[in-house]
Every structure is written in C-alpha cells, then in structure tokens.
Design a protein around this ligand. Sequence first.
Ligand code: SF4
Length: 416
Amino acid sequence: MISKTFCPLPWVHQATYSDGSILLCCVAENESDKNLNRGSLKEAWNSEHWKNTRKQMLADQAPTACQRCWVEEKNGYRSHRVTELAIWENRLGPEGMRMLLDHTQEDGTLTLEPRALDLRLGNTCNLQCAMCRPQDSSKWTGLAKKIHAVAEDPLLRGDMGYKTRINQADFEWQDRPEFWTDLEEKLPNLTEIIIGGGEPMLLHAHTEFLERAVRSGHCGHIQLRYHTNLTVLPKHFLDLWVRFERVEILASIDAFGEKNHYVRYPAKWDDIERHLRWLEEMPPERFRVGILSSIHLLTLFDFDQLLDWVAAQKFKLVTHGFKDMTLPGIVMHPNYLNVQNYSAELKERTAEKLRSCMERHPRARNKLPGVLNFMFERDGSERLPAAREYVMRLDSIRKTSFPAVFPELASLLLNP
Ligand code: SF4
C-alpha cells in the first residue's frame, strides 16, 4: 500500500462541475480556486490544491476536500476512494502505480497528464429530483425560489436560500474556445471520460464533445461512462458511441414506478423501462449498463421494491458486470434528507425490510449492510421537521401527494 490515505484520482483524474469548478473528483469538496469560467484544466492540474493533496496523501494525511470518503470508510461503507483505487490498480498494474509516484516531485507537482476526466457540461436537465439543486438541474431554479418564499423551518429555509443564489451565467463556460482547445490537447492521453450534467443527453456540449473526439481520431482509446436519468436516449448517439472503446451507462433510478416519478419528478417509468430494454440489445463486449440509486430519506424504506423489480426483469446485460443489482450512493446533502434522520422505529422497520430483501437477493448483500451501518451510526431525528415541511411544500407546489405514493413511509415519517 502506498499510504493509508492514498487515492489515485489526484494523479490520474480531474472533475469539472456544471458551474465551472474544477474538483479532485465528483464527491470531493470544492477547495480549488480554479474555475473554467476564467481558467483551464491545465492550470488546475499542478495548482497548489492538487499539489498539496498529493503531498498530504503521500504523508498518510487525510485532505479535508476528501471528507466524504473518510466518513464513509469510518462507517464501514466502501468509499469512492476504495472503489477507484481498485479500478486504477487493476488498470495500471504495480508498474503503472509506481510510475505515478516516480513522476511526483517533492512539492506535489506531477509530470504526467490526466488520463481521465469527469465532464459536467452544464445544468440543463428535464427533471426536478428531490435531492437535487439548481446547480445540477435547470428545472430547480423556479422551485427553489417558490419553496424559499414560504419555508418556515430554518434548515429548509437556509438550504433553499443557498439554492436560490446561483448565477446562470456561471454555467455557460463550455462555450469558451479555450476549454475546447485544452480538452483537445488532452485527448491523446485520455482513456476514460465520465459524462454527467444536468442531463447529458440534453446538453449540446455533450454532442459537440462526441463529434470532436471522433474527428480527432482518439475516440478508439477512450471509454465513456455516463450518468443519465435515462428518460431521454436519442438513438443517433449510437453511431458515435460505437466509435469509442467502450461505453458504460449508469442509469440514475432510485425507486420503482410511481415512487421514482415522485423522487425524480416527473420521470416517466415507461420511458425508463423502454430505454433499459433498448440498452439490453447493445453489444455486451462494448456496453455495460448499471443502475445508480440515491439513498436518502425518501428512498431507503422502499428500496426493496426496486431490487425486487430488478431481479424480476432477468436482465442479460443491464446490471451484469456489477457486483450489485443497483449501486447505492448515500445522499448527505441536503442534510434533512439524510437517512440518519429516520426515527428509531423507522430505522428498525427499514432494517427489517432490507434484511429480508438481502435474503431474497444475495447480490444486495454487497453494499446494503454498509448503508444500514450508516443509517444507525447517528441520530439525526432533529432534522425531521425540515424533511416533513419539505415534502409538504413539494406536494403543495407540484400538486403531488407524498402520502398517496408512499403510504407506509408517510405514516411513519409524517406523524411525530
Ligand atoms: S479520496 Fe475520495 S474525495 Fe478524495 S479524490 Fe479520492 S475519491 Fe475523491
């Protein structure tokens, strides 16, 4: 082991965020002063933030930007760091890993180029997911203002206040020619590009990126990985995708049927199901399709229903090649949606349902025990009033009904 806190990402990867921020990875805190509205990926790569992070990791220290991984590991949950470490050790082998260190200077400067990018090319999205925000979905801008205008709970009001403070002009950096020049210079060294959003299938810069990568002739050594809500899947992307080495689609699906429609509002289950069936027909040697599920206060209690549905589909491609039936991602923000906020009774009932689910589906045993540990680790029930007011405000503005869609959860959650 290189060090107890070593993560390969600061050596191989850069992540962009929809507002132009440049991050160590998609789960890292934003502690860099570099931004694509003013600067470039190249400037960030050996900036003080990246150099210090590398130095700290080599010295067994835990950089504060990587908080989330340390919290997850402390709770016995497989962090993004551990997952990425396994991926890159496998990809590069011992010699490749050693090469990363050999090219790291004493002050943290790295004399190698990044091999992977995570591109969030804007915030245009067609959904208004419960745990989301305007920075990730343009559909949230109006909703945040409406809730902020009426919110009474201080936690909810504070969160909505933060969500109203965005400047849409910050999200248009992908039109800067400097960004594309920088990106095209990086293409020869890249082996992986992760594409998120917003909803990538709706982002014009995503189409432009695919076309530029194909024209450059470098697409054959690049693997694409998508984070998509799978409600939109234009078939013409297939002509471009087949030119890349491999394509991985990670579909964000948090619940089954109308519960998913409520949480990922207003996603239509029929569209998602149709697109999963379409992806089932893709050549398995080129395509991998998984399901990513956001675990929060609205989704964990009925998570067993989604797993039962996945098992019943008997997919041949979708979810294959993954240890898990769906890959759960714990939502920590907004904090009133954290599953640690469940009451003691709700935690017991949830654990009971999920243990029985793990009996039915051995593949669910990989990550769900860590999720349950996380849920029990802290009593966050003081945040329940904010969560209750939040669903009430959502229902009032969207004309939805949380109790009608989640009857059992609502009876346990809404009654103090
Ligand atoms: S330690 Fe975690 S947060 Fe930090 S770069 Fe690695 S995966 Fe990202």
